[in-house]
Design a protein around this ligand. Structure first.
Ligand SMILES: Nc1nc2c(ncn2[C@@H]2O[C@H](COP(=O)(O)OP(=O)(O)OP(=O)(O)O)[C@@H](O)[C@H]2O)c(=O)[nH]1
Ligand SMILES: [Mg+2]
Length: 159
């Protein structure tokens, strides 16, 4: 399941890993969209959930029973880190999601002044998470930077 604040790049990520297609004009997701993405011999079943606050209650529902929660952050938008941290914290505090592995993507690293992985770990309090495996990568969906290692991480959790 892929969650994160609005406009962090969740749908773009699904588009690019799904069919390699980058587009500047993606419309904000309404509620969620379900996709099956095939990469080599691995089939990912992906819930791309909307980030706008009116849809936040859906995050918990679509994160239940998944192999991994992917939380996407716009690493160039420092003014939104606090809101992202709060939203992530509330999501992870839901008992049904205990133990589900978390992958945090600091997206948009093609933009000037984006936050490093170290800064994201601090801003999102990732070092305080003890009850599940956590990884954090910097990436650019636009430039397809670091997507291979992310897909590798995801395929290791697929079964
Ligand atoms: N520069 C840059 N822009 C990006 C990148 N990824 C996504 N964007 C842009 O960010 C905007 C939002 O992208 P979406 O994929 O719609 O974001 P979302 O997280 O799905 O948004 P919601 O569906 O509303 O939750 C779009 O204008 C994208 O073109 C990136 O890696 N770099
Ligand atoms: Mg979207």
């Amino acid at each position: 399941s892929i969650v994160g604040l609005q406009a962090s790049g969740k749908t773009s990520f699904c588009n690019v890993i799904g069919n390699g297609q980058w587009s500047e004009d993606v419309v904000p997701t309404v509620a969620f969209s379900y996709r099956q993405i095939r990469r080599g011999n691995i089939k990912f079943k992906v819930w791309d959930v909307a980030g706008q606050s009116k849809y936040r209650t859906l995050w918990e529902r679509y994160c239940q029973g998944v192999n991994a929660i992917v939380f996407v952050v716009d690493s160039s938008a420092r003014d939104k880190f606090e809101a992202a941290q709060f939203a992530l914290q509330s999501l992870l505090s839901q008992p049904p999601l205990a133990g589900v592995p978390l992958l945090v993507l600091g997206n948009k690293n093609d933009l000037d002044g984006h936050a490093s992985v170290e800064e994201l770990i601090r801003a999102l309090h990732l070092d305080k998470i003890q009850d599940r495996p956590v990884s954090c990568y910097s990436c650019s969906v636009k430039e397809q930077d670091n997507l291979d290692i992310i897909l590798q991480w995801l395929s290791e959790r697929a079964h």
